[in-house]
Design a protein around this ligand. Structure first.
Ligand SMILES: [Zn+2]
Length: 346
């Protein structure tokens, strides 16, 4: 198998994260990349560095104004009188457009504070001096890995960090800035008529859902903890099935909090059946490990061997497969989870 990662992805080092009314240390620590690299070394998988910057892949699923904002926000923030240590929103604009529209108009105001409210959707996506370098490198890793699948390799692993599946066409949230999974799926469409996304991160893949919500060519399936009392709260319910031509091509499988591997695997079986029926030409797995019982922000009860069992089921599909890293914050178990998954799927 092939694997991709760029060292600049470890530079993003957020300092603040708001949870339950308190400013806490963020969970997406740079050391996560070391742990994932350790798992690849253990399996003897060589790590390739993406060589090309691919801005077109970013605007294939994101609005130009949003991408330009992410790219320039840090520098513009420094021009504020007495700026804080990070770019962090203090406005949360109400938007009354149709929820199924792919994106909002560009931010009507030009000021950096206005745009920070418009484009950063919550208080978990602060931007520091090196954040853009990491965000850009993470997107290039996803696209280099997708190109390897287009070239006939499978499975291919993209060690993406920051993660992407909460990022919408025009909004960052949930530790995610650019949607690596969605960019990769869009790139795979250049070769495959039908692409499926299977998201097994403990959180609903709300960004990926939104990006493909009106499209029949990308089947989006997310298995996650019940959002009624878990992030991202407002989406991830089973009645969200897509709109217009995309109706029927979005599937949410929420799990009761406290669910173990057996419950997760029953949902994976349903997902695998749906992907087979869809006759997907290629598959993107949005792979998070925050469903592990020891995850610090988790509510599910998976163990390391359950990730191997997920991989075994996915492998039965026999389609070209790209694995994109999403969440997982239990620093001492994420390498074992990744090694378990990859050694089964390869
Ligand atoms: Zn997650």
């Amino acid at each position: 198998m092939r694997a991709f990662y760029h060292p600049e992805q470890a530079l993003h080092d957020p300092q603040q994260f708001m949870r339950a009314g308190k400013i806490e240390t963020p969970k997406d620590l740079p050391v996560r990349t070391e742990r994932f690299l350790g798992a690849l070394a253990r399996l003897g998988v060589p790590v390739e560095t993406p060589v090309r910057d691919q801005p077109d892949a970013r605007t294939a699923v994101h609005t130009p104004g949003f991408v330009r904002y992410l790219e320039t926000a840090w520098e513009r923030w420094q021009q504020l009188p007495n700026p804080g240590i990070e770019v962090w929103p203090n406005t949360f604009p109400y938007w009354s457009g149709r929820p199924d529209w792919r994106a909002r108009p560009e931010c009507p105001a030009g000021h950096i504070i206005a745009q920070t409210g418009w484009y950063l959707g919550d208080l978990s996506v602060s931007l520091g001096p090196h954040s853009w370098a990491s965000i850009r490198a993470s997107s290039n890793t996803a696209i280099a890995a997708a190109d390897a699948v287009v070239d006939g390799h499978s499975p291919v692993y993209a060690l993406c960090r920051p993660s992407g599946h909460h990022a919408r066409a025009d909004r960052a949230s949930g530790f995610c800035f650019l949607n690596n999974t969605a960019m990769a799926a869009a790139r795979l469409r250049s070769r495959f008529d039908r692409v499926a996304i299977l998201d097994v991160d403990a959180h609903h893949g709300d960004g990926s859902q939104q990006i493909f919500y009106d499209r029949p060519d990308v089947l989006t399936i997310s298995i996650h903890a019940d959002p009624n009392n878990y992030y991202p709260f407002f989406t991830g319910y089973d009645h969200e099935r897509g709109v217009d031509e995309g109706e029927g091509f979005n599937v949410n499988l929420p799990l009761a909090h406290g669910s173990n591997g057996q419950v997760m695997l029953a949902a994976v079986d349903r997902a695998v059946e749906a992907i087979a029926r869809f006759q997907a030409g290629a598959l993107v797995i949005a792979l998070g490990f925050d469903a592990h019982a020891r995850d610090p922000i988790g509510v599910l009860k998976l163990e390391v061997e359950d990730f191997a069992a997920i991989a075994a089921r996915v492998k039965t599909l026999g389609v070209p497969t790209l694995i994109v890293q999403e969440g997982g914050y239990a620093i001492d178990v994420i390498a074992d989870c990744l090694a378990a998954f990859l050694s089964e799927v390869r």
